[in-house]
Design a protein around this ligand. Structure first.
Ligand code: AOF
Ligand code: ZN
Length: 370
């Protein structure tokens, strides 16, 4: 039996904790004896046992001779909040370990594999590697750079517009693509929008459950970037300011905040050269707060400023099968002026999926200019 189906099963297990393990990775594991999965487990939450330990515990006995451990991520080999998994694997006597991908954590990268091999264990690395790496796109960035993954999401027409000239934008993509967008929202600990998006669309910035029969409302931390606190200057009610979930308004030192709605947090940050909220300062503050990933969901003004001032790490670009043909319509992005295609921004090894009639292209952003 090839390894892939077992690692695929471990990937499905790992996703049981979708968005719940920050700052740790999602990890799934299984023990196979005579071709059959006899125990399985996943990492549920930082501070709780790792996937390998969960799986060995679930087995409730020592593995048989010839048993094989499958795990989506290289086992850890140092003491953290929990004891090293390599220790538990050695103690179990298991002789064969199959790993999806190496752990980018410098404390563990390659070292877990070395330790197991030195103990005489047969180790196979790189089964369904791309999917195993993709599973932890936020963790992979945080553990290496120690700052949040800055991700941007847009939903655009084939000719790259996110709204008509009058601002009409709901809905460009269909229900399946929007459900996929909600699924990614559940992965991120924070969502960020500009005040323009709030005033135009009054989004709730929540996400319904994506598994069948699950309709629990999930709400990440919601940030509204609002230099002049315009959202407090109208009599209109906005969902994010009046519902029971956490919202934070991000503004500058001198914006007037006379009547802050109850429960709404306020961050006052330095201004940039144009007097707007300094986005570098915002990302720094988020780093201090331990927010491992920020999903910027628009609008064009905010994400254009973000690209110019801070840069992006990741893009989720949804594309609907329609076009406007109107240069006065609102483009997804502006402010860049590459002279040649060599200077274009590119997505590295993008993942391309179809959701209903819409396409999602997502991947790590690289600037041709660098
Ligand atoms: C694994 N399996 O299920 C997880 C791993 O503080 P700790 O003890 O939870 O350790 C966190 C580190 O352990 C984390 O940065 C990553 O390198 C690894 N996470 N490793 O083998 C798991 N969650
Ligand atoms: Zn571990």
């Amino acid at each position: 039996m090839p390894h892939e189906p077992y690692i695929d099963a471990c990937l499905r297990l790992a996703k049981e904790a979708w968005g719940q393990t920050h700052p740790n990775p999602m990890v799934g594991a299984a023990i196979v004896e005579d071709g059959r999965i006899v125990a399985q487990g996943y990492h549920a939450k930082a501070g709780e046992p790792h996937a390998e330990v969960q799986t060995l515990r679930a087995l409730g006995r020592l593995p048989q001779k010839g048993a094989r451990l499958y795990v989506t991520l290289e086992p850890c080999c140092t003491q953290g909040r929990t004891a090293p998994c390599t220790q538990a694997i050695l103690a179990s006597g298991i002789q064969d370990v199959v790993i999806g991908c190496l752990d980018p954590n410098p404390r563990h990268q390659g070292k877990g594999v070395d330790l197991l091999q030195q103990a005489g264990i047969r180790v196979t690395v790189g089964v369904a590697q791309r999917a195993c790496e993709d599973l932890n796109l936020i963790y992979n960035h945080w553990i290496v750079h120690q700052r949040p993954l800055i991700a941007v999401k847009w939903a655009a027409t084939l000719d790259g517009y996110v709204a008509t000239r009058s601002g009409h934008s709901q809905w460009i993509t269909g229900p399946q693509a929007r459900a996929e967008g909600a699924r990614w929202r559940r992965l991120f600990p924070a969502i960020v929008v500009g005040v323009g998006t709030l005033l135009a669309d009054n989004p709730a910035l929540t996400a319904r459950g994506d598994s069948p029969g699950c309709d629990t409302l999930y709400c990440p931390r919601r940030f509204i970037i609002d230099t002049h606190l315009r959202c407090l200057q109208t009599s209109k009610e906005y969902t994010v300011l009046s519902d029971t979930y956490a919202t934070c308004l991000v503004t500058t030192q001198d914006a007037e905040a006379s009547r802050l709605p109850p429960g709404v947090e306020l961050w006052r940050l330095p201004s940039d050269a144009q007097g707007r909220v300094c986005l570098k300062s915002f990302v720094q503050r988020c780093t201090q707060e331990g927010l491992v990933g920020l999903l910027f969901e628009g609008g064009p003004t905010l994400i254009s400023a973000l690209l110019a001032q801070v840069g992006w790490d990741y893009l989720f670009a949804y594309q609907a099968p329609c076009f406007l043909g109107d240069p006065q319509a609102r483009p997804a992005l502006s402010g860049q002026a590459p002279e040649t295609l060599g200077a274009a921004f590119t997505l590295q090894d993008p993942h391309i999926t179809i959701h209903g009639m819409d396409v999602l292209v997502r991947g790590q952003v690289f600037s041709g200019a660098f």
